[in-house]
Design a protein around this ligand. Structure first.
Ligand code: UDX
Length: 429
């Protein structure tokens, strides 16, 4: 099929590339001319495992191209996906101005029937607004359908999530676009759920809020575990073996971050408020997440007493493993908090150091994780990178003034660490 994706951020670029990989002909549109030029030359603006090879392969095969002309994208395809940012506003609601702009641009370029698919995460009823906007700005009065098709990809696993989705949600107003949408997704062999547009939009916010709730739940349980002398990981494993619950997203830590969960939670609370429901449960999810960081900082200060003039080694800056993304990263928040207390920091992250430089100007970036502890008073683990489990504990212990580790992601075994002579503090154990 001929498909156009408007917006080449995380969602747009990965979606467009995976659509091309399964054989569709894809045009990716972005208003940023520099980005388009970079992509045409085979450069990738983000780090995402497996993406670069797929982009190069599909560009070479002639199935994937880039342009900054929306008109070209609209003219050459029958199905147009909107994947532009929907950033948060100061009051927690969603800024839909990019979506509205794109809807107008599409309307202005349409000369025949088009299916306009929203992939960006948007509040319920946005599809209705997009349809109204296209109708208003489309001079040619051509027919079109608006579809909601939310994206569930996780950063760091985006290609995998897209190639092997758990489900594909297609929200429609009439049956007309369903066959084309099924054709788009047929090569992915995933269950396709057809709903009305409002339900499809709600599925996305309800899913992300539920996952955030799951994390806050286990973080709350971790407080209980600490107080009672239990181990939150064993509790999570025991709970997770019940397949109604599942083990995933039950890792206690310093809280969730990233560009989705905090934003989607605030948006869902706001959306609920707008339709007359006070979603108190989700407000508590936010509170627990914020408190989790406070409790961790308290743990550090209880042991080190004053942070002023202390040298701390930090492992992890990204908001989670397998990404270079530091947006709303708990690790960055933690670094900034320790800097404010007067500590000096030596930091390491396998992928996110470049992006972190802009937000952490006064810290020392260390290339090798095994050098990070040099001359420090303690090590703090802030991101759940698997490779941190291979830290040279002997070397790090010798490099520190005292063998103290605060593990905000439960990467090490408490008994083992004690045996090795560490003063080891983790979460809920
Ligand atoms: C999330 C959703 O998973 C995805 O479906 C949606 O499309 C976008 O938002 P992402 O933001 O990439 O994806 O990250 P995710 O892997 O969900 O992790 C979010 C945060 O939760 C990270 O900060 C991570 O460290 C934290 N987390 C995750 C935990 O603290 N504990 C867990 O058990 C899982």
């Amino acid at each position: 099929m001929k498909l156009t994706i408007i917006g080449t951020g995380y969602v747009g670029l990965v979606t467009g590339t995976c659509f091309a990989e399964v054989g569709h002909h894809v045009i990716c549109v972005d208003s940023d001319a520099n980005k388009v030029e970079m992509l045409r030359r085979g450069g990738i603006p983000i780090y995402e495992p497996g993406l670069e090879e797929l982009v190069k392969k599909n560009v070479a095969a002639g199935r994937l191209s880039f342009t900054n002309s929306t008109a070209e994208g609209v003219e050459k395809s029958d199905v147009i996906f909107i994947a532009v940012p929907t950033p948060p506003q100061p009051d927690g609601s969603v800024d839909l101005s990019y979506i509205e702009r794109v809807a107008r641009d599409i309307a202005g370029a349409m000369t025949s029937y088009k299916i306009v698919v929203d992939k960006s995460t948007v509040p319920v009823k946005t599809g209705e607004k997009v349809a109204e906007t296209i109708k208003r700005y489309c001079k040619a009065q051509v027919e079109f359908d608006v579809v909601s098709n939310p994206e569930f990809l996780r950063e760091g696993f985006a290609v995998d999530d897209l190639m092997k989705p758990d489900r594909v949600v297609v929200g429609v107003r009439s049956p007309r676009p369903v066959a084309a949408m099924k054709q788009v997704y047929e090569p992915f062999n995933a269950p396709i759920i057809v709903t009305d547009i409002n339900s499809a939009e709600l599925i996305k916010h309800a899913s992300n809020s539920f996952l955030a709730l799951k994390i806050s739940y286990i973080n709350a349980v971790s407080i209980l575990c600490e107080a009672a002398g239990a181990n939150v990981q064993e509790v999570a494993t025991g709970m997770g073996l019940d397949d109604r619950i599942g083990r995933r997203f039950l890792n206690a830590g310093i809280g969730f971050g990233g560009s989705c969960f905090p934003k989607d939670l605030s948006a869902f609370i706001k959306i609920s408020e707008q339709v007359g429901y006070d979603f108190r449960l989700l407000k508590e999810v936010q509170n627990i997440n914020a408190e989790q960081m406070e409790r961790f900082i308290k743990k550090i200060t209880e042991t080190l007493w004053v942070l002023k003039d202390k040298k701390i080694a930090v492992l992890g800056l990204a908001f989670k493993q397998n990404t270079d993304d530091v947006r709303s990263s708990p690790a960055i928040d933690l670094c900034q908090r320790m800097l404010k207390e007067g500590a000096t920091l030596r930091v390491h992250d396998p992928k996110a150091m470049d992006k972190a430089r802009a937000v952490l100007p006064n810290v020392t970036f260390v290339d090798d994780m095994n050098d990070v502890a040099q001359g420090c008073d303690a090590i703090v683990v802030a991101t759940e990178w698997d490779e941190f489990k291979k830290l040279d504990l002997e070397r790090s212990r010798e490099a520190l003034s005292a063998p103290i580790m605060f593990d905000g992601r439960n990467l090490f075994d408490p008994q083992e660490m004690e045996k090795l002579g560490w003063i080891y503090k983790s979460i809920g154990r």
